[in-house]
Design a protein around this ligand. Structure first.
Ligand SMILES: NC(=O)c1ccc[n+]([C@@H]2O[C@H](COP(=O)([O-])OP(=O)(O)OC[C@H]3O[C@@H](n4cnc5c(N)ncnc54)[C@H](OP(=O)(O)O)[C@@H]3O)[C@@H](O)[C@H]2O)c1
Length: 335
């Protein structure tokens, strides 16, 4: 089978299309024939060698796919050959076949295409976790979202609107901001303008930030009493094709330091998470995933596909995502 292999971490050209052995399902695993790949920023970070637990090169990145089960290992639950499934292998999904633990596999509804299925799980679960588990959002709350027109951002906008929150979307271009408004943001502004709106609103109750850097320090001061700051990414550290270490160090320093007592006297919460490292996620995954499907059935949530690529063009999709050119979710279709 063919897979995109990283031999040495680096820019999108570090991905090499290679013939590799087909995977065999282990205990509690199935093998999935990949029909569509959902691209995540984490895949770019894995290619660059900076994502947590990235295997030593050579390795195949690829967090998320949709496809058909072609082989079933022992203790694979109710899954059978031919089942159409979502699958989140974390690594290995940039390939024609991938082995995935059954805890990270769920059936695709009959009315869902491969591309939509490949784009739902990671961004949807991240948005849900940020808003509901860590962020504890309530109706009417004032929520700031960075990278609002991206994969996770478009999911946050829709879920927050469905839950009656007011969203201040932050995005870098006019096109992205117009898109955020279409998806339900009350206001959409550039990175140097959000503070004016936050002041007009009288503060922020919840900040969902995947960018970090200097924005973190400024936005923290705009949190109202009982405000929650949820940090779930650090894309400010990324260059357009590589990690720019000097820039990353600058963004890291710009986040500043804070004394723990400032959380007490300000009655504010600072929280962070990486979904792939949450120890209890596997046992909650199916239930949370089912809730996303329910929201989709109710018309509250859709996968916003910002671009479709062929398997041979996968490095171009990486370049667009890391280069900040994409809106919504980029999907790679596998013939
Ligand atoms: N913790 C978790 O469990 C978890 C899970 C999934 C995703 N994430 C994080 O959530 C974020 C969004 O992921 P995604 O896959 O949906 O990607 P995405 O939002 O579709 O793409 C990344 C977006 O980040 C913004 N950005 C700001 N500074 C950037 C920079 N220096 N380089 C590149 N992009 C920059 C860009 O939007 P603007 O141009 O509008 O700024 C860009 O479009 C990422 O930071 C990712 O690591 C975290």
């Amino acid at each position: 089978m063919r897979a995109w292999v990283v031999r040495r971490p680096g820019p999108p050209e570090a991905l090499t299309l290679t013939e590799v052995d087909e995977p065999v399902p282990g205990d509690g695993q199935v093998v999935v024939r990949v029909r569509a790949i959902g691209l995540n920023f984490a895949d770019c970070m894995a290619r660059l060698g900076v994502y947590p637990n990235t295997p030593r090169p050579p390795f195949v990145p690829g967090m998320e796919v949709a496809g058909e089960v072609t082989a079933v290992g022992r203790n694979a639950g109710g899954l059978g050959v031919g089942d159409r499934v979502f699958a989140v292998p974390i690594f290995g999904g940039h390939a024609e076949l991938v082995a995935v633990p059954t805890t990270h596999v769920a059936p695709i509804p009959a009315d869902m295409d491969w591309d939509e299925a490949a784009g739902l799980a990671v961004t949807g679960l991240t948005a849900d976790w940020a808003l509901n588990v860590v962020g504890r959002v309530r109706p009417g709350e004032r929520v700031l979202v960075t990278a609002a027109a991206g994969g996770v951002g478009t999911m946050v906008l829709q879920l927050a609107r469905a839950q009656g929150a007011r969203v201040l979307a932050v995005a870098s271009t006019g096109r992205k901001r117009a898109f955020a408004l279409e998806l339900g943001a009350e206001a959409a502004v550039a990175y140097d303008k959000w503070a004016e709106v936050a002041d007009q609103w009288g503060g922020l109750d919840l900040i969902l930030d995947s960018v970090g850097g200097g924005l973190f320090r400024r936005a923290w001061r705009h949190l109202a009493g009982d405000g929650r700051y949820v940090l779930y990414g650090f894309s400010a550290a990324s260059g357009r094709r590589r990690i720019r270490w000097l820039r990353a160090a600058g963004a890291w320093l710009a986040m500043g330091c804070m004394h723990p007592l400032s959380l007490v006297s300000g009655t504010r919460t600072l929280a962070g998470f990486n979904l792939s490292l949450v120890p209890t996620l596997a046992e909650q995954l199916h239930e949370r995933h089912e809730r996303l499907l329910e929201a989709r059935r109710d018309g509250q949530l859709r996968v916003v596909i910002g671009g479709r690529y062929r398997f041979g063009e996968l490095p171009d999709a990486h370049a667009a995502l890391q280069g900040r050119e994409s809106t919504g979710k980029l999907v790679v279709l596998v013939d």
